[in-house]
Design a protein around this ligand. Sequence first.
Ligand SMILES: Cc1cc2nc3c(=O)[nH]c(=O)nc-3n(C[C@H](O)[C@H](O)[C@H](O)COP(=O)(O)O)c2cc1C
Length: 247
Amino acid sequence: MSILRWQSCRIERGFPNGNLAAALSSCSREIMDTIKGEQLLAQLNWRYATKQFDPTRKISPEDWAALESALILSPSSYGLQPWKFIVITDQKMREKLFPATWKQRQILDCSHYVVFTVNTKMTEEHIDRHLARTVEVRGGTVEGLNRFREAMAGDLVTGVRAAQAHEWAAHQAYLALGNFITSAALLGIDTCPMEGFNAEDYDEILDLTAKRLTSVVCCAAGYRSAEDTSALQKKVRFAPADVIHIV
Ligand SMILES: Cc1cc2nc3c(=O)[nH]c(=O)nc-3n(C[C@H](O)[C@H](O)[C@H](O)COP(=O)(O)O)c2cc1C
């Protein structure tokens, strides 16, 4: 969607606070100004797991707003969004989390540090919140969605997958992580996905357990330091024939 069309959509739909995610969900789907495959691949090759961030460079509020929207727009199974994205901007909190992050400096030096957390259990209350939101956004009635409600609850709250609902939720968080990393790369923003942290410590320090949340994975975002020699390393990937099988 061109910027002009985008802005007029926001105005037409009347989002006074300019909330990108809200605006997007209410826009009709239009033909976008797409990018070429070579542009996409240029950005995907430019991206690497950044080891050293430049602590003096911060993501602009506009770019950060777009990245927040990219998080919110991430797809999830049933659309249930079983997550909260905790953005750690407070430097004291980052220092507290540093030892539990295997002393990886990315948490200290990046611009924005995101902890991807998920619900420890899927509940009927969460499903009802999602259905109420669906009615708010799309109209209709909650009663009209009852069969959908039963299907979701019968699967994730009372069904065979209920015991693994936390694992199911973690899969969704990884989708959001991938969406975040690629979106950042398209904006020229560096990231480092991070599993190198102690989730139990994070849950305690961030007081997640009381909120029935648990940390799954993290991502540092910002700008690479000119001294990060990892940026110069060639990508190591299996040959296409090893990983892509056409049947
Ligand atoms: C889920 C996940 C967790 C990762 N955890 C860490 C980490 O804790 N620290 C780190 O420096 N890199 C981490 N990485 C980066 C990977 O090592 C890196 O993505 C991989 O070697 C491929 O390199 P590239 O991303 O630079 O292409 C992680 C990557 C992923 C996808």
